[in-house]
Design a protein around this ligand. Sequence first.
Ligand code: 5GP
Length: 211
Amino acid sequence: MGDDLPGTLVVLSGPSGVGKTTVAQRLVDRGGYVRSVSVTTRQRREGEVDGLDYRFITHAEFEQLQADGELVESAEVHGKLYGTPKEPVRQALRRHMACLLVIDVYGGQQVRGHGYDSLLVFLAPPDQSELAKRLAQRGTEDYAQQTRRLQRVEMEVRLAAEIPYNHLVVNDNLERCVAEVHQHVQEHRRRLQERKAAGQTLYPGLEMDTA
Ligand code: 5GP
């Protein structure tokens, strides 16, 4: 990408442990994609880099960003605040990149609600037991946290269907899953090109020139 097709917002949601981060990284590696770095009030986990995985900020800083209208969307997940800053998204769109938002379904709902011409993809695990296994192997949450995350799955799948998300992609095989998401993104960008040619505003409220 970075080609003539318009940039776009791609929301990637799905349960904890489904592989969203890995899929997003593979897309970035193939070129034409940037990953939006969210701000969060949660603690940094071991191995995470501030500014790369997240921008770790205080509650007060988060509220300031919200008050300034500088968040595309925000949500409380597992008792912590998460949000997508606007400016990096604007920059990515100007560069005709696909900007990946790895966010929860409530965030996806807000992006949809803004009327942005975005693509919403829900990544689903092959089955619940596989997800439980991956969460346990990852070992970044204790037992109680793992259980809370697993209990959320059903709600997320239901809400994604209602919003509605554009595509549900099963992450049973990483390469196949990445290829499928990429194909959906390219088709979406070609449709955007047609809408743009017809004079439609693709990202109302982001106050930017996507020419
Ligand atoms: P984690 O704490 O495991 O990194 O993320 C927990 C959940 O928060 C995941 O479902 C993740 O997609 C979601 N999340 C991360 N950043 C954002 C964001 O900026 N906005 C929203 N709405 N959700 C986010």
